[in-house]
Design a protein around this ligand. Structure first.
Ligand SMILES: *Cc1c(COP(=O)(O)O)cnc(C)c1O
Length: 400
């Protein structure tokens, strides 16, 4: 069997930066709870993305949860959330017993459709917060989204879990809204094995999140609590990995872009194959190189062909409004005439098919279409040119 090629696996620095910081934590017996690595990782990440304050947490999901809580999202509140994303974006809305309304994508960004967002605001003027995602390192159209949130006076949270190192018009993704979050899960562009960060310009809110995420202990000699607490803080060992990884972030972004350009050069001439859209107003970290297909070759063909050769690849995220768990929540399509009555599209449940179609033959929404035709190619920063050629050769083989 040929050597495994991963979609996106952890990649520690050649220099061993991570071990140095971990060793420091061990040598000073500062394994836990907090400590220098946590404090410094917060400062270093905040400086890197250009935001005032940061709180290091146990996961990106925890960071989204804390962002919603800091935003004052409570039971029954409506939160706009992109439908085309990983479930970890939407789950914290449920933790707060709030109500997600799923917003379609547009083809220009793959992210939140500002046309759908505008219609959602008209339909739900009392919405509490907007949660936007920068999918696969592609930035959403922030000027329009920020403008709409200002107009309706609504809190903006950015899920930048996949977009560390991606910029919109020169400004780092995750720093446009009231809150931004990053993830250091194992498959992200840099990893701490698991972890997350909440960033904000609001120092007081970040302090509050640190308080909630360390069990909400009041300032008293005895153990006293006036609020429900969480155990969401990052450990000092884990933060050491993060500090080391942050030093090689630019290198990882460079390599991910190289991978994207390699695929573009080798594959874009194949009929019906299109690379994911990188707009001229953004620079992408190219976390995953995704493509869509509109010809005779289907995503499943590529997936099976690569799988057979021990190469990992994945479908594009299945939209949230099509998920059994979220089937009762509203969905606002990019298309004005596409009004759903809480009836999600049917999906073919067989394991090897991801196709979706509407029973009444209605046009697919943008997110459904991208899901149907999209695929994430292996984008591991440890891949060599030889590996990339191996992948391209298998894919090209499907066109002959
Ligand atoms: C990975 C990811 C998360 C969750 O981050 P964790 O650190 O794994 O909890 C949230 N949103 C998106 C879009 C992600 O890709």
């Amino acid at each position: 069997m040929s050597e495994k090629i991963w979609l996106s696996s952890p990649h520690m620095s050649d220099e061993g930066y991570e071990m140095e910081y971990i060793k420091e934590a061990f040598d000073t017996n500062w394994i836990a709870p907090l400590g220098t690595n946590v404090n410094m990782f917060e400062k270093e990440l905040a400086a890197k993305v250009g935001v005032g304050h940061a709180a290091a947490l146990s996961s990106g999901t925890a960071a989204i949860h804390m962002a919603l809580k800091a935003a004052g999202v409570e039971e029954g509140d409506i939160v706009f959330c992109p439908t085309l994303t990983f479930s970890a974006t939407a789950n914290p809305i449920m933790y707060q017993k709030a109500v997600p309304v799923f917003i379609d994508s547009d083809y220009e960004t793959w992210n939140m459709s500002t046309e759908a967002l505008e219609r959602a605001f008209e339909k739900y003027p009392k919405v509490k917060a907007v949660l936007v995602v920068h999918l696969y390192g592609l930035s959403a159209d922030m000027d329009k989204i920020v403008e709409l949130c200002k107009k309706y006076n609504v809190i903006l949270i950015e899920d930048a879990a996949e977009s560390l190192g991606s910029y919109y018009k020169g400004k780092h993704t995750g720093t446009f809204g009231d809150y931004g979050i990053f993830s250091f899960n194992g498959n992200k562009i840099i990893t701490t094995s698991g972890g997350g960060m909440l960033v904000s310009y609001n120092e007081e809110r970040i302090a509050k999140v640190r308080f909630w995420s360390t069990q909400a202990r009041d300032q008293a000699r005895h153990y006293q609590h006036s609020e429900v607490g969480f155990n969401y803080r990052m450990s000092n060992v884990v933060a050491g990995i993060g500090r080391g990884q942050l030093k090689v972030l630019d290198k990882r972004v460079e390599k991910k872009n190289y991978i994207y350009e390699f695929y573009k050069r080798e594959l874009e001439q194949l009929e019906g194959l299109e690379m994911m859209p990188i707009n001229e107003w953004s620079t992408s970290n190219c976390w995953l190189s995704c493509i869509t297909l509109s010809g005779h070759v289907k995503p499943i063909d590529i997936m099976l062909a690569l799988e057979k050769e021990n190469i990992e690849c994945r479908p594009v995220w299945k939209p949230m409004h099509m998920q059994p768990i979220f089937k009762d929540y509203d969905f606002v399509s990019h298309y004005e005439d596409d009004v759903r009555e809480f009836v999600p599209a049917s999906t073919d449940e067989t394991i090897n098919s991801i196709a979706v179609k509407h029973e009444d033959g209605k046009q697919l929404s943008v997110s459904e279409d991208i899901f149907n035709r999209g695929i994430c190619l292996p984008s591991d920063t440890k891949m060599t040119d030889e590996d990339l050629n191996r992948v391209c050769k298998i894919i090209k083989g499907l066109w002959v």
